[in-house]
Design a protein around this ligand. Structure first.
Ligand SMILES: NC(=O)c1ccc[n+]([C@@H]2O[C@H](COP(=O)([O-])OP(=O)(O)OC[C@H]3O[C@@H](n4cnc5c(N)ncnc54)[C@H](O)[C@@H]3O)[C@@H](O)[C@H]2O)c1
Length: 270
């Protein structure tokens, strides 16, 4: 794979950011790492630039002299409207606008399956279906995917939106036997998304080569993604540790799982 001069990784102090900090290092002469949480000490090829994604001026500085951005920063689960909108909607807008003004070529965006979480598990959906978000968090991911579409059509800024399923060291519950993506496959998917010669505006499902699958993952082949792991090897362990869900459990009916049953988080604030 060709080597970039500088890649920006947002959310670098997060769970996936820590994996990508190591995994993307060979791809760039300079890896610029950003987060609001501590980032530790810089390695030889690393630049540490702390920034709040909601602060436009800070994000403008972050995106200077950058070839491509792996945008993994933001609220990564459901939250209050204030939390989700500030980090993900304002933060997403700031990233795209700062990329446009700084001439950045491409964003690899950590979207989520929760942007389409209200499709049923029994529906075979691909990357072309309309959004059906299951939470405010899912709405924020759908918004940023639309922002990405707009910035491609109007300004030629490319995006690969990764609708990540469940990216953990191992699948933790029965749903994850279908939605799991290994850390190794994550690094491959992000690396391919950065290195593919042309992506335009492209959405892919970020899952491993699981025997059980909810989504049509064929669009990931365009960028050369060939997952190496399969959640099936954990099935016995997961089934021994968890109970089967009731047939009317929304977590069993919808691809978004238990997120479809979450309340509105602002209700707890009032
Ligand atoms: N882990 C998964 O299975 C999964 C699934 C779907 C999507 N994703 C997406 O992948 C990305 C990374 O997920 P993760 O599991 O590593 O989550 P994480 O919470 O561990 O990491 C997110 C990072 O973003 C940072 N952040 C939050 N708000 C910020 C702000 N306003 N300014 C700057 N930094 C901010 C946090 O400090 C954190 O370090 C997220 O966008 C998440 O929505 C993850």
């Amino acid at each position: 794979m060709s080597k970039f001069n500088r890649i920006l990784l947002t959310g670098a102090a997060g769970a996936l950011g820590k994996v990508l900090r190591v995994g993307l290092a060979p791809l760039a002469t300079h890896l610029r790492l950003s987060d609001v949480q501590p980032l530790g000490d810089a390695d030889d090829n690393e630049e540490l630039v702390p920034a709040d994604l909601a602060d436009f001026d800070a994000v403008m500085d972050l995106c200077k002299d950058v070839d491509m951005v792996a945008h993994f920063g933001g609220k990564a689960v459901e939250g209050t409207s204030k939390e989700v909108f500030s980090s993900n909607i304002t933060g997403g807008y700031n990233i795209y606008e700062a990329c446009r003004r700084n001439g950045v070529k491409r964003v690899v965006f950590a979207s989520s399956n929760h942007s389409i979480g209200y499709y049923k598990r029994t529906e075979r959906i691909d990357d072309q279906v309309p959004h059906r978000p299951d939470t405010l968090y899912g709405v924020s991911k759908a918004f940023t995917e639309d922002l990405a579409s707009f910035y491609w059509d109007k300004f030629g800024l490319e995006t690969v939106s990764l609708r990540i399923g469940s990216c953990f060291p191992e699948p933790k519950d029965r749903r994850m036997l279908a939605t799991w993506m290994s850390h190794r496959d994550l690094v491959q998917l992000v690396s391919r998304s950065l290195a593919a010669p042309y992506v335009g505006f492209h959405a892919v499902y970020g899952v491993s080569d699981n025997t059980e699958q909810f989504w049509d993952t064929s669009s990931a082949r365009l960028i050369g993604y060939r997952p190496e792991d399969n959640a099936e090897v954990y099935r016995e362990k997961v089934e021994a540790a968890t109970s089967p869900q009731e047939l009317d459990d929304p977590a069993l009916i919808y691809a978004g799982g238990m997120y479809t049953a979450f309340p509105h988080y602002d209700d707890e604030q009032t």
